[in-house]
Design a protein around this ligand. Structure first.
Ligand code: HEM
Length: 469
């Protein structure tokens, strides 16, 4: 590339950065979009920007949450500046969320009562405006009651329950080099086999899904396994843990907006192309998920004037290993590497969109919600998730295919290895509150996912409503 091209590219990036900065400063947006959320959530400001990512999402929360540059929990504002680096879960959670409402994150990421006892020392004042979230956490509501039962149950379970998650995840990435992602990648280059490359891609996707169990928890080295995909676990802690998990299937869910306009899961007016042609072109969208995340991470670093994170180099160590351990040319290894990345991205996309959330019977923002007094966050999670019995029947499938998903959504920091033991308390609490917990099959969810893409009319009845026969 000659100097002229580089200058041209730099000026495009600089223009984009300055227009984004202006957008941030002007805080202009179209208020009519607010009505898209049947839950009354304000439409996130930069949701439709082509570079929309976790950092822009947090920026929109800073504008809407009434946190006044501090941290908001329920209707109080706190200053955790002195606690950020001492936070047992890692500094990122609080560092990233400064200036936002962290109620849902705070409530769902701690099982013990200890964090709540620490709050008074950081209290600054009451918030001036109501929360931009409809969800409640009443002391004796569904979620808090269940959480107290789960806390007691966890004390009775062996600490080794999480060991199998560690063993499977290590196995998928490193334990047995030949049968791992890296091993398959090297074999694919050595034998010039795109079929083996495809297997490497699938193993990489399984590794990433298993590693996702770990980035929900306190900082640990297994969360970096996720970064071999070219997506970063740090970015996913925002888009997945803080956005998707807490505001599932709403206008606030980045895993819905990230696929728009190509794949539109919210039940709003959409053209026939998006409703039906998307069934055919969706694999092309999945193919670019990893690469799009990668490019957005680089652009984000440029926008914020930060150094490009070193973990962005991690996926390329595998390309280095392919070049080092085979006699193949750099060009061939690079082609094979991107073949692996793209097949992995497609597999990850297929598993992701068909895992638990998209079916006309599952609540999506726009559908008629439960009445306001039933907006317990835990009940909402049950309405927005559907478990698959065939996946939940095997622990390997649970860890590598987003199984036991309702319990995982309710208690994201609990290792997947414990979840299967928590059902008795969960069922008991559902019964106490008259909540129906329904399961389905993987096949039914695949069909439902396509129907949800085609769906453009919201459900007229709230979740849990039984239609008269
Ligand atoms: C954005 C908000 C927050 C998030 C997402 C978050 C996340 C986490 C995570 C992931 C863990 C590790 C859980 C585990 O692996 O078992 C943790 C632990 C912990 N966090 Fe937070 N945290 C947040 C805010 C806070 C605040 C505001 C406090 C207290 C002022 C706090 C106090 C603690 C304590 C004491 C622990 C140790 C475990 C426990 O006693 O429950 N966190 N947090």
């Amino acid at each position: 590339m000659n100097g002229l091209h580089i200058e041209h590219l730099t000026s495009i990036v600089q223009n984009e950065i300055s227009s984004l900065k202006q957008l941030y400063q002007q805080k202009q947006y179209d208020k009519s979009l607010d009505k898209l959320s049947s839950l009354g959530i304000k439409y996130p400001k930069f949701r439709d920007h082509p570079l929309h990512n976790g950092h822009m999402w947090l920026e929109s929360k800073r504008i809407d949450d009434g946190a006044e540059g501090l941290w908001r929990i329920h209707d109080q504002l706190y200053d955790f500046s002195d606690f950020v680096h001492d936070h047992p879960g890692g500094k990122d959670w609080l560092r990233l969320t400064k200036g936002t409402d962290i109620t849902e994150a705070f409530e769902s990421h701690h099982i013990s009562a200890v964090p709540s006892t620490l709050l008074p020392q950081y209290l600054v004042r009451d918030a001036k405006v109501p929360r931009n979230s409809p969800f409640t956490f009443n002391e004796n509501g569904f979620y808090n009651l269940l959480k107290r039962k789960i806390y007691e149950k966890l004390k009775t379970l062996p600490k080794t329950s999480s060991d199998r998650s560690k063993h499977i995840t290590d196995f998928l990435l490193i334990s047995y080099i030949v049968f791992s992602y890296i091993g398959f990648a090297i074999l694919a280059a050595y034998f010039r086999s795109f079929a083996i490359g495809g297997v490497a891609g699938i193993v990489l996707a399984l590794t990433a899904i298993a590693a996702h169990n770990f980035f929900h928890q306190r900082d640990n080295f297994r969360m970096y396994y996720f970064d071999f995909t070219m997506m970063r676990h740090k970015e996913w802690r925002i888009s997945h843990a803080l956005s998707h998990h807490l505001y599932t299937n709403t206008v606030y869910d980045l895993e819905i907006s990230a696929l728009e306009p190509f794949l539109q899961y919210l039940p709003t007016e959409k053209s026939l192309i998006f409703r039906f042609a998307s069934w055919i072109y969706s694999p092309i969208v999945y193919a670019f998920v990893y690469i799009a995340f990668y490019l957005k991470a680089i652009i984000q670093s440029l926008i914020l004037g930060e150094k490009i994170p070193l973990s962005l180099l991690l996926p390329f160590t595998v390309l280095g290993a392919m070049i080092a351990f085979t006699n193949e040319s750099v060009i061939f290894c690079t082609i094979m590497f991107f073949w692996i990345i793209i097949t992995s991205s497609i597999y990850f996309g297929i598993v992701g969109v068909n895992a638990a959330h998209h079916h006309p019977d599952i609540f999506h923002d726009g559908d008629t919600p439960r009445p306001k007094d039933q907006m317990d966050w835990g009940i909402f999670q049950i309405d927005a998730v559907r478990d698959r019995k065939d996946i939940n029947s095997s622990y390997f499938l649970v860890l590598t295919n987003f199984g036991d998903h309702t319990l995982h959504h309710l208690f994201p920091t609990i290792d997947h290895g414990y979840l299967q033991y928590l059902y008795p308390e969960f069922f008991e609490t559902c019964q106490e509150f008259g909540i129906r917990y329904e399961t389905t099959t993987q096949l039914e969810l695949v069909k439902g996912q396509y129907r949800q893409l085609a769906k453009h009319k919201p459900n007229p009845f709230p979740p849990g409503h039984i239609q008269p026969t």
